[in-house]
Write a protein that binds this ligand. Structure first.
Ligand code: BGC
Length: 589
């Protein structure tokens, strides 16, 4: 399932950004904040200007907070104190004449609500000193407003002002001090495989991938256990202590508008069935377990909202199905409804799916995705406080940490970002992406204490071919390709990837901002069939699962890298499970 869909920018982004682009380090040091007291109620602004500087150039992130009335269309102006020269700029359009710069919105980010923020970024060169601009003007008004570098000025650590029945029931990180539910059906499948006992006691997600799964539908993967059966079993495993139960909510109307392998049962317009026959029954069942020791982590709708950014008209990777889902609003409405309904239950922790770095790590997808997540979190009765966090890399293969190359490095004068593999992405791995996205989400208005999950089920990339050091410095491509752990043919490949291994074992609070590493995708369950297989689950055949497929715009016209002889998505795929064991990293003992 996790597909990439971001390939839109492959090629086009390169052309747009051009070879003069500088490398950029995303995590920058806050350099200056333009500050002070509110100007007037109807026009006021603050600007947070953050740079990462490497001596002859820098990357800047500029965040505008609107302290006045809502703005529709904006231009931000300033003068550089030195000879700084912008070389490329994203999430906006710019002109520079001498020291004077004017940046206007990029269209999609033209509206800034009262107290809302937008960000853009740029790369620039300079010599001498690199002082920050002294003043900024937004639509001609000096940004001298009260500045809070945290755009969520609510000092209350409780993210939920009131609609929640009993928000105090929720802990900050549900994984801390709790075990996590082991799905007996997955566990039995794993244990039945040679060598599988080594991981059969690991927790994995319970996927409610259609209405029938709520009651149990005897499918090859779901078996006879419905949601209530799992929750009862979870109470037994909990045995009186806190236990996280991970459930995946995955049945939107028109599900998976950019790929066929995990198409669902509901048509694009069946939002009422989604609400009445899917979300409501799930919420009813979960409500019966509200006052128990269970902490229900609900992962909301994999691969849906980013599709509305990357795979719609205007992008080379647009699909008619994603245009329909953007136009009819049913992804946004459905996600909002799920968040509101499940968020009303005191022991449910909602985590919204946030794609992965190889999909929305590019600047033209990053902020726009965060904005659509925020829109969904305010739809259908939801509020941002219904969102406990986000999950990255669900069912994808992107490496957790790439140790041997980084954004910001150059090889022979060529930035790592310019390599074919990185292709101008701002991130090279999931940890950096998840942490960076967390900040962006907070700046879009989500509570400042949201946490991230990273699915490490299949991103280990160990085994004998795992690089032990950087690649040769003969070219930037040799350097990146020789050093990268992720050995996919192309970052856009997503189906049953050959060479993958189990990743980090599930664990709580492994890094700042990260609530847990999880195995949300149960390893050993197929991403999609490698040829057309009839089924009654609504699943289609996507050629990205066919090892002979030579690709499309979404994966840079590369081979699919998929394993052969794969069953329908979600069904047990023994050969893949064996490879995941062999290539586990950290290795299995
Ligand atoms: C499938 C689901 C399955 C899930 C977990 C998805 O790709 O569409 O049916 O439950 O993977 O394996």
């Amino acid at each position: 399932m996790s597909r990439i869909h971001r390939a839109a920018t492959f090629g086009s982004s390169r052309a747009r950004r051009g070879p003069a682009a500088f490398s950029a380090l995303v995590v920058g040091a806050a350099l200056a904040i333009v500050p002070s007291t509110p100007a007037s109620a109807d026009a006021g602004c603050a600007v947070d200007y953050t740079v990462n500087d490497w001596g002859s150039g820098f990357t800047a992130n500029v965040e505008i907070t609107n302290l006045g009335d809502a703005v529709n269309g904006w231009t931000l102006e300033w003068s550089f104190p030195g000879n700084q020269q912008i070389t490329n700029l994203w999430s906006g359009t710019h002109t520079q004449s001498g020291a004077n710069v004017a940046v206007s919105d990029a269209g999609y980010n033209g509206a800034i609500a009262a107290d809302g923020s937008v960000s853009f970024g740029f790369n620039a060169s300079y010599s001498g000193s690199n002082a920050a601009p002294l003043a900024f003007e937004l639509n001609g008004v000096l940004c001298d407003g009260a500045v809070d570098p945290d755009p969520d000025p609510d000092p209350d650590p409780d993210p939920d002002p009131d609609p929640d029945p009993d928000p105090s029931d929720r802990v900050d990180n549900p994984y801390v001090g709790a075990d996590v539910y082991v799905n007996p059906i997955w566990s039995a499948n794993a244990a039945a495989e040679p060598g599988g006992a080594a991981v059969a006691d690991q927790p994995t997600g319970v996927w409610l991938d259609r209405i029938g799964a709520i009651e149990g539908n005897d499918s090859p993967t779901t078996g006879s256990m419905g949601l209530r059966d799992h929750l009862d079993e979870a109470l037994e495993q909990a045995d009186g202590d806190p236990l996280v139960f991970q459930v995946v909510i995955y049945n939107l109307p028109g599900r998976d508008c950019a790929a066929l392998a995990s198409n669902g049962e509901l048509g694009p317009d069946e939002i009422d069935r989604y609400k009445n026959e899917y979300i409501d029954p799930i919420a009813d069942i979960l409500a019966d377990y509200e006052d128990t020791e269970l902490r229900v982590v609900a992962t909301i709708e994999i691969d849906s909202l980013p599709n509305l950014v990357t795979n719609v008209s205007g992008r080379p990777t647009a699909t008619p199905e994603c245009d329909v889902m953007l136009a009819n609003g049913n992804y946004v409405e459905g996600v909002g409804y799920a968040l509101a309904s499940l968020g009303a239950i005191g022991n449910v922790y909602n985590y919204v799916d946030a794609g992965h770095h190889g999909w929305i790590g590019w600047e033209d997808n990053f902020t726009a995705s965060a904005q659509i997540f925020y829109q969904a979190a305010n739809a259908a009765g939801a509020t941002p406080s219904d969102v406990h966090g986000f999950i990255a890399n669900t069912a994808n293969y992107s490496a957790l940490k790439e140790d041997h190359f980084a954004i910001g490095q150059t090889i022979g004068g060529v930035p790592v970002r310019q390599s074919s593999w990185v292709d101008w992405n701002n991130y090279v791995d999931e940890l950096g992406f998840a942490q960076g996205l967390r900040q962006e989400l907070v700046s879009q208005g989500f509570p400042s204490d949201i946490g991230m999950l990273i699915d490490t089920s299949r991103n280990g990339w160990g085994g004998p071919d795992r690089p032990t050091g950087p690649g040769p410095q003969t070219s930037v491509d040799a350097y990146v390709d020789g050093g990268r752990y992720d050995r996919r043919i192309h970052l856009g490949n997503w189906c049953n990837q050959s060479g993958a291994g189990l990743g980090e074992r599930p664990q709580a609070a492994p890094e700042p901002g990260i609530d847990a590493y999880v195995w949300m995708k149960p390893p050993g369950e197929s991403d999609g069939s490698s040829e057309l297989i009839d089924n009654d689950e609504g699943k289609g055949f996507d050629r990205m699962c066919d090892p002979t497929y030579e690709g499309n715009a979404r994966n840079g016209n590369s081979m699919s890298g998929a394993l052969p002889d794969a069953p329908v998505a979600g069904h047990w795929f023994s050969a893949q499970f064996q490879e995941l064991l062999d290539n586990a990293y950290p290795p299995l003992n």
